[in-house]
Design a protein around this ligand. Sequence first.
Ligand SMILES: *[C@@H]1O[C@H](CO)[C@@H](O)[C@H](O)[C@H]1NC(C)=O
Ligand SMILES: *[C@@H]1O[C@H](CO)[C@@H](O)[C@H](O)[C@H]1NC(C)=O
Ligand SMILES: *[C@@H]1O[C@H](CO)[C@@H](O)[C@H](O)[C@H]1NC(C)=O
Ligand SMILES: *[C@@H]1O[C@H](CO)[C@@H](O)[C@H](O)[C@H]1NC(C)=O
Ligand SMILES: *[C@@H]1O[C@H](CO)[C@@H](O)[C@H](O)[C@H]1NC(C)=O
Ligand SMILES: *[C@@H]1O[C@H](CO)[C@@H](O)[C@H](O)[C@H]1NC(C)=O
Length: 485
Amino acid sequence: MRFLAILFLFYFVSFAQCYEGIMFDLLYNARTSMQEKRPMNIDEYGNNNNNNEAEYEAVYVGPQDGLKEADKIVALPGQPEVFFDQYSGYVTVDPNDEKALFYYFVESDNSSSTKPLVLWINGGPACSSLGNGAMMELGPFRVNKDNKTLWLNKFAWNNVANIIFLESPIGVGFSYSNKSTDYTSGDEQTAAESYTFLINWLERFPEYKARDFFIAGESYAGHYIPQLAQLILHNNKITNQAVINLKGIAIGNPYIDDETLYIGKYDYLWSHALISDEIHKGIVLNCNFSSPEPLSDECNKYLSQAEKARGNIFYYDIYAPLCDVPSNPDSGFDPCTDQYIFSYLNNREVQKSLHVNVTGQLPGTWMVCNYDMLVSWKDRHHTVLPTIMNLLSSGIRVWLYSGDTDLQVPVTSTRYAIKKLGVTLKTPWTHWDSQGEVSGYVVEYQNLTFATVRGSGHYVPSYQPARALELCSSFLNGRFLSQYS
Ligand SMILES: *[C@@H]1O[C@H](CO)[C@@H](O)[C@H](O)[C@H]1NC(C)=O
Ligand SMILES: *[C@@H]1O[C@H](CO)[C@@H](O)[C@H](O)[C@H]1NC(C)=O
Ligand SMILES: *[C@@H]1O[C@H](CO)[C@@H](O)[C@H](O)[C@H]1NC(C)=O
Ligand SMILES: *[C@@H]1O[C@H](CO)[C@@H](O)[C@H](O)[C@H]1NC(C)=O
Ligand SMILES: *[C@@H]1O[C@H](CO)[C@@H](O)[C@H](O)[C@H]1NC(C)=O
Ligand SMILES: *[C@@H]1O[C@H](CO)[C@@H](O)[C@H](O)[C@H]1NC(C)=O
């Protein structure tokens, strides 16, 4: 069984190259971690020790003079003319181990000084926010088929905010350590490094220190974001270092709770007509995703039947065309985009313009995800719902949203997870509209908003850019999504 699981992992890794790095993430979790005994007790990171003031250690703050100017990007190769500033470079988060995190920052194209600051984080774990978030989803540019020139994304989120894309933790993308290239990390380390990054980054860009600050991201960032938010709120109370003005978090197709994730996934497969009644029934009767015991052989039999039955469809958007099928209809989003990005970010001129690998010292190639780190991930909690509960009671704005054609973290799973949170309903489920049509559905709970985006896969800003921008804007303004009567 273990061997079979590994085979599945590699099958999906190679299959994934065509589209998108994080193709493998939950597959790996489902087919390998489910073979083992799983701890189900909620020793949630941050829940037990965050009230202890003795736990606080001042984070490293390095000298930042002149670095902002040095990080300014003159122009990216092949970019169209734009009227906003871009920066990128490194922030040292550990001078002893010589660890530095890479960021790419785009200011808003209009009155940036009045717009909020947003940190965007992709998931994986160990996938890049530069390659996914910035270049494929909500950033200002997308790479053309020629791998060399860029086109302008008019629905970029820097219409409404100043956005930092962070490659985190160390070992992801261009983020590196001089002391070792054998990277291992986990949830806790990711939060700690990201926090140190922010404190230093705000010293480098002091005009943003008091700005309203939000964290947004998707997928496995359903772990990263609540954990980082919790750490910020905790440290804000006790630190004599900078206070971060955290106002809210938003997570798309969020990976937040294993039990509801798996139940929701197989219900989604069935309700979207991808598996038979018999297979679904077999899974419901034989698979106990709530139990810490390994899944039974009978259960595994039905899970592999489900995998076989659904066939070679794109996991991240079940109705999307595949990249390697030449006769694809033009669906608005080019399914080969990640190949152009891979080639662009490995171009030496592009790297120089981004202030990375200037002397050619970084080994290997830039990759959208670090597969070795995924496999050796140290601490992955089976649920982050307790952390989310803490954030809700802190009163910061919390939004979850869901592209409704994603199978990786399907909308059913998120609905079950919210049910498990047990939050009180405030505004019942209703449609929201933009550009003359229904764009999705929205429901408000006490301190929590959940919205779907109609006709979107996992990468909501890629598949439904206009709807995603509308959602982002409503979130930042704390406004209910608009509705035509
Ligand atoms: C890594 O080494 C290079 C070359 O010595 C140095 O310029 C750079 O500052 C080091 N990085 C960190 C994070 O210390
Ligand atoms: C910039 O914002 C101002 C006021 O907020 C508006 O009048 C102007 O049209 C905007 N310009 C662009 C290019 O969006
Ligand atoms: C599933 O496992 C949980 C936890 O061990 C247990 O409480 C529950 O009764 C099990 N459900 C079924 C249907 O066996
Ligand atoms: C773009 O890069 C991909 C590899 O990522 C390569 O397969 C493709 O042929 C390149 N296209 C062009 C036009 O060079
Ligand atoms: C850095 O540059 C060197 C020399 O051109 C190249 O061999 C290497 O692949 C580059 N590293 C990355 C991560 O792209
Ligand atoms: C919502 O936030 C407020 C603080 O703004 C807090 O007092 C209240 O307990 C929170 N409610 C829930 C259900 O978390």
